[in-house]
Design a binder for this molecule. Structure first.
Ligand SMILES: [Zn+2]
Length: 504
């Protein structure tokens, strides 16, 4: 009661009181209108002028995949080879033989030794407990001798590094790394167990729904979590493309499931990333004129894939960052899905030209963007300026143009890191005019935008009578202090009319 409720409902944008019941919103309006619904068991919260918005929908998340790493040891803060080994020693002590210890995020480029971790290093930590230490780029790992014994990787496997004498160095890349992941990646039960902590953190950030990229293990894990009553937020699955034929063969399509766990878009890659210079560009990279990025699928293959997804009754969610990849994806969607109904999505959509925006508007294609990338990479003298030069950087992530042309804009984080307020902050305080949104627009993209991208606008995304009871009470007021949005926290997260997380 007595809140500054921003409903995102154009018919009634502001309210003071809101009543929940049976998982839904019973009333939004004045305090008196909300109180009219109070019964004996009703809990009445005095909001004291606090800001309330609809529950945030992170439209591009990797929550269950993060659960795989949740119990891992963090080597990101280690300042040297010795420092990394010390962190490992402190935690390996209690582990049992054959019980894997997995560590993440070592980065030798920040170490005085400037060399990789090796089998020899890790053997000084333990010669009985298998250890796998994954480099920050996740394209390489170092393992110790007991790990090599358990992994049984055949000599000659691609990426299995050996000395000139044929001794394994412990460095695993490519095929050898994949073989390691098959052994080390937690099974569905392990993922589901770790998911509790991950979900709790998401709720604390105000996330009440995610569109989550998943493989078969993660889908299974979600079902285990759901059956155990440990799915406290709403999940729209975005299965990886390799699962399409199986889903389609089982007769499944978009929307299968219920309001807590359901099938959404099929996720596939169009290109790589700007950081790795693999996003496909029309003009070469500014800091490497020999490089123009890469298309993951040649045009004909992409066309077959998208036709398959569309034909099976699914939405496609195609990762496309560079302008060349974006244009190819648009062209292909226009060809395989001439009717704008299916709301196919472009994930990231960073280097959109004005002409692309017009085409995606005409075609009802959703732009699924990550405004946190702006704060991370697109600020002056940041990574994107280095890769792209000033002019192209000044045109990346043009959210304002996207909305002005009538395109559905759905915000998400890609887990880098999670945090809707962080993303909203950078959309509102973006360095370039064509990126910058009003607070209403930015909050809208993190609520209504996600609901539309997931075909759930009838139930989610707005605070209106009859919609789902998902809401967030903020500590700060983004409308009053737009330059400080990211400093503000979330004081309460409500899912299906119940308090799922509270800090007040
Ligand atoms: Zn992603």
């Amino acid at each position: 009661m007595d809140g500054a409720i921003h409903t995102m409902d154009p018919a009634k944008p502001l309210a003071k009181g809101i009543a929940f019941g049976d998982g839904r919103i019973l009333a939004v309006g004045t305090n008196a209108q909300a109180e009219a619904w109070a019964g004996k068991k009703t809990e009445i919260l005095e909001l004291g002028g606090k800001v309330v918005v609809p529950g945030f929908i992170d439209a591009h998340a990797h929550l269950m995949e993060s659960a795989a790493r949740d119990a891992n040891i963090d080597l990101g803060g280690a300042g040297s080879v010795g420092g990394a080994l010390e962190v490992l020693r402190a935690t390996v002590g209690g582990a049992l033989p054959e019980e894997w210890v997995v560590a993440d995020d070592w980065d030798e480029s920040r170490w005085p030794e400037a060399r990789y971790l090796t089998r020899g290093d890790l053997d000084t930590v333990s010669t009985t407990v298998p250890i796998a230490a994954v480099r920050v780029d996740r394209h390489m790992a170092a393992v110790n001798s007991p790990a090599l014994v358990l992994l049984k990787i055949p000599a000659g496997t691609r990426g299995f590094e050996t000395t000139s004498a044929g001794q394994p160095t412990g460095i695993l890349k490519e095929g050898a790394l994949e073989a390691m992941w098959e052994v080390v990646w937690p099974g569905p039960e392990g993922l589901a167990a770790n998911f509790r902590a991950v979900a709790t953190r998401a709720l604390r950030l105000g996330i009440t729904g995610v569109h989550d990229v998943v493989g078969e293990g993660e889908i299974r894990a979600y079902q285990i979590a759901r059956a155990a009553g440990a799915l406290p937020l709403r999940v729209t699955l975005m299965p990886r493309e390799r699962l399409l034929s199986h889903l389609a063969a089982a007769g499944l399509s978009r929307g299968f499931g219920d309001d807590w766990l359901r099938l959404g878009a099929i996720k596939l890659f169009g290109d790589g990333s700007l950081g790795a210079r693999t996003a496909a560009l029309f003009e070469p990279y500014r800091d490497d004129p020999t490089e123009g990025g890469m298309l993951i699928h040649p045009p004909r293959e992409l066309r077959d894939l998208l036709a398959g997804i569309h034909g099976a009754g699914f939405q496609a969610a195609v990762h496309a960052i560079g302008d060349r990849a974006i244009e190819l994806v648009i062209e292909t969607i226009e060809a395989v899905a001439p009717d704008p109904g299916p709301r196919h999505r472009i994930e990231h959509a960073e280097l959109l030209h004005p002409e692309h925006i017009e085409r995606i508007a005409r075609h009802g294609i959703v732009a699924s963007c990550q405004p946190n990338f702006i704060g991370r990479w697109s600020l002056p003298r940041g990574l994107y300026e280095t890769r792209l030069g000033f002019e192209r950087n000044a045109r990346n992530n043009p959210y304002r143009e996207i909305l002005e042309k009538g395109v559905t804009l759905a915000f998400g984080s890609d887990g880098m890191p999670y945090g809707p307020l962080e993303g909203i902050h950078w959309a509102v305080n973006a360095p370039f005019g064509i990126q910058r949104l009003t607070v209403d627009q930015a909050v809208g993209a993190y609520t209504v935008g996600g609901a539309v991208a997931g075909f759930q606008e009838d139930v989610h995304g707005m605070l209106a009578s009859g919609k789902s009871g998902d809401a967030v009470v903020l500590e700060g007021d983004p409308w009053r202090e737009p330059e400080r949005i990211r400093e503000g926290g979330v004081s309460m997260t409500i899912v299906a009319g119940r308090i799922a997380s509270r800090r007040m």
